[in-house]
Design a protein around this ligand. Structure first.
Ligand code: HEC
Length: 179
């Protein structure tokens, strides 16, 4: 009896500690098991060439022949012009900046936005703030959707081959954002 009880207590203590340890790390350090995130990534509806999950959060769409939605394709290009110097090609991470393809799966959409808009500092590890940079801000949805597709292994590394056309709505939003 005593043994069982103490073993139970130890297990409880360890479980209670795990969230504390995990939260001290970057989201990117946590491996992605795509099957755990299928529901959050699944397309619930499409609007103006953009795809949303059941919580109205943007997600990617990959057709049976590998055709990607416009945001995923555009995000690939924007990521590789603004983020990859630190975060490595294809969102894979580098020795000094995290593997943000994982972060895009684990982090809440709004937390992801928050880090990019405001930046983050952890000792010598600095994520710059991009809130005043239209080349990032006007394409942050694209970058987010692209990284989520990468984190979920829905698309391979490298430039997506086939893509959907850019919708009028996406073009209008881009024009309005870029001014
Ligand atoms: C100058 C290098 C640099 C550039 C450019 C950069 N980042 Fe970062 N980023 C970092 C570093 C370093 C961290 C880790 C900060 C920390 O330790 O808190 C980070 C952290 C992040 C995180 C949080 C990851 C997590 O798991 O908590 C996100 C999200 C992020 N970056 C997105 C982006 C995006 C999107 C871009 C391109 C628009 C970008 N970064 C460009 C250096 C950079």
């Amino acid at each position: 009896m005593m043994r069982t009880a103490s073993r139970f207590l130890v297990a409880t203590a360890v479980t209670a500690l795990v969230p504390a340890i995990v939260s001290a790390q970057s989201w990117s350090d946590q491996p992605v098991h795509p099957e755990d995130h299928e529901a959050a990534a699944a397309v619930s509806y499409e609007d103006g060439g953009m795809y949303y999950n059941e919580d109205d959060i943007l997600t990617y769409n990959v057709g049976e022949d590998g055709t990607v939605d416009w945001l995923t394709f555009s995000g690939f290009r924007r990521y590789h012009s603004e983020c990859h110097v630190c975060h490595g090609p294809d969102g894979e991470g580098s020795t000094y900046a995290p593997k943000i393809k994982n972060s895009a799966v684990h982090m809440d959409y709004y937390d992801f936005y928050d880090v990019v808009v405001n930046g983050r500092k952890n000792g010598n590890s600095v994520m710059p703030h991009f809130g005043d940079n239209p080349n990032v801000m006007c394409y942050l949805n694209d970058i987010y959707v692209y990284l989520k597709a990468r984190g979920m292994d829905a698309i391979p590394r490298g430039r997506p081959g086939k893509k959907e056309a850019k919708s009028d709505m996406i073009q209008e939003m881009e024009n309005a954002c870029m001014g």
